[in-house]
Design a protein around this ligand. Sequence first.
Ligand code: SF4
Ligand code: SF4
Length: 280
Amino acid sequence: MNQKILVNQIIPFSNVDGEGNRCSIFVQGCQLNCLYCHNSETIQICRHCGICVEHCPSKALSIHSGLVVYDESQCTQCDRCIVVCPYQSTPKTNAFTKDDLMAKIVSYRPYIRGVTFSGGEPTLYADFLTELAQKIKKLGLTVYIDSNGFFDFDAIFPLINAVDGFLLDIKAVDSIEHLCGVKDQTHLKNLERLLEIDKVIEVRTVLLNKHMDQINTLNQVADRLEVYPQVPYRLIRAHITGLKKEQEALVGEAIMTVKEFLAYGNHLRQKGFHNFILQK
Ligand code: SF4
Ligand code: SF4
């Protein structure tokens, strides 16, 4: 079957998306809407409203049969289209079949240790990625999923089974609805279930002031990771760089100083938890 998924970006060689040099594939589409999302243009699928077309200075965008068409060869990556899009989307996506993606991965294979699917939220494409992950594994590469943690564990179990593990976000606990627009604690449950079957590579929390319960979030994660010394907890300081103007207005004041951020590392140490990484 020639099913396709929308891909926002492929980074052939990345060393920030899990262990070793990895190909990172960013899918388009996410069910969350986090205040500090640094690639919020990946949240929605393009509605083909056409608003961005006339703003493109390079004629890389056009409309054909009511659909916005992106010509990558003309694009100068000025990102005007992303700035003017009112729907948290981008016209700069490409649709790929599994065979298309495999052809790219095979060409990078001599230089990479694995592939990481990021986004957007990769688990939204669980069926597609399950089959792809099985093919990638046959090349001797590892496969990671970078996920927001909000997925139906049982429904996507074939994907969980097919991959080596998850880079899992725990964005917050008590204030998750305010921060990301979801009400439940599925992410914590999923963390527990993934830990039980040794499918967590790393847990990540982005820290900022005001909008989240920092201490409770850190405690909840550290308590769960305590008996899994192979799984590090990465704390990431939220940054202004990369935020859209409206996001900056919402969270700009809440960006922590380095000193404030480091204090959360001290909190974990005092608690007796040392397996963490501070990303300033
Ligand atoms: S980034 Fe968008 S607006 Fe800029 S040249 Fe490319 S398609 Fe056009
Ligand atoms: S990227 Fe945004 S502005 Fe451009 S066509 Fe799609 S929805 Fe409309």
